[in-house]
Design a binder for this molecule. Structure first.
Ligand SMILES: Cc1cc2nc3c(=O)[nH]c(=O)nc-3n(C[C@H](O)[C@H](O)[C@H](O)COP(=O)(O)OP(=O)(O)OC[C@H]3O[C@@H](n4cnc5c(N)ncnc54)[C@H](O)[C@@H]3O)c2cc1C
Ligand code: FES
Length: 273
């Protein structure tokens, strides 16, 4: 594999677009050079003449020839991405930051709390956890979305439910007649989880409000602060610790994160914004 210059974007061909929900699409990209990342790290994606935005790959870190990003329509760059079709090109640079410390998960149960598009980094993590499942006791995913229509990765959820050691609980804020699972905010799912807290780590990724109340509930359940891993999002520019856009207290989220344990960031200002 040729040495990758992480400061310069490389071209990546869009080969497939998957509609996940009315606002979320997955883009399957083939970079001109193989790219390897650790689950939880992020890349910067450029759309020519529009701009750049950070995304955490949602694909397996064990796959280096192609990579997937799952993107919610939020503004200029993401709207343009949603208009793109196979055969077009994006730029990608990275990977950047610190991913999940998987060695800390060995021998433990892993409880994952995800909401909305926060399932994107979590899916990459789940692929990785499946590959090391002989070293784990159990993996429980609690995932929430606004409505059944907003639930992403539906085929993958079915696959996960058929995987030994993996359990999936889902909730929606507002159900329709088709919905057979929990109704209510995602943190309610934690009441139904059977977990050996003393031998477990927790992962939280989703909108800030969910991260906040999810973390507080995990603390109430008895999780130590250093066993709760948060995937933080801040507005970013350079991606590698030079511009200061992503400062959070004395951390730069791009370089020191985006994955932090709660005890590392609990005293930083505006962690839930
Ligand atoms: C490390 C990291 C990983 C991310 N991974 C994903 C992912 O996998 N999938 C995904 O859909 N999104 C992800 N995001 C969020 C994504 O980067 C933003 O949605 C995107 O930058 C918006 O760009 P835009 O040009 O479309 O919107 P803009 O036109 O720039 O802004 C639209 C609105 O979103 C706000 N905004 C812009 N950037 C952010 C941000 N980073 N966090 C919160 N609000 C923001 C703006 O203030 C504005 O209100 C991630 C962000 C970070 C920092
Ligand atoms: S994005 Fe420039 S320092 Fe973090």
């Amino acid at each position: 594999m040729r040495e990758l210059n992480i400061y310069r974007p490389i071209k990546a061909e869009l080969i497939k677009v998957i509609d996940e929900s009315p606002l979320i699409k997955t883009f399957v990209l083939v970079p001109e050079q193989e790219i390897s990342f650790k689950t939880g790290q992020f890349i910067e994606v450029t759309v020519e003449n529009v701009g750049e935005a950070p995304f955490t790959p949602s694909s397996s870190p064990l796959e280096t020839k192609q990579l997937e990003v799952t993107v919610m329509k939020a503004g200029y760059v993401t709207e343009e991405m949603h208009k793109m079709v196979p055969g077009q090109y994006m730029g990608i640079r990275g990977p950047y930051g610190r991913g999940y410390p998987l060695e800390e998960f060995y021998g433990k149960e892993v409880l994952i709390l995800g909401g909305g598009c926060g399932f994107a980094p979590i899916r990459s993590l789940l692929y990785n956890l499946k590959a090391i499942s002989d070293r784990l006791r159990k993996v429980t995913l609690c995932y929430g979305s606004k409505t059944p229509e907003d639930c992403i990765y539906k085929p993958y959820i079915s696959e996960l439910r058929a995987t030994p050691k993996f359990e999936v609980l889902r909730s929606v804020d507002k159900a329709d007649a088709s919905w057979q699972e929990k109704v209510g905010v995602v943190t309610l799912l934690l009441d139904d989880v059977k977990v050996d807290v003393g031998n477990s780590v927790a992962v939280v990724c989703g909108p800030p409000i969910m991260m906040k109340y999810g973390t507080f509930k995990l603390l109430d359940m008895g999780y130590p602060e250093d066993k709760i891993y948060l995937s933080m999002e801040k507005n970013m520019s350079c991606g590698f610790g030079k511009c200061g856009h992503c400062a959070m207290g004395h951390y730069f989220v791009c370089k020191d994160g985006p994955v932090f344990s709660y005890n590392e960031v609990k005293n930083s200002p505006n962690i839930w914004m």
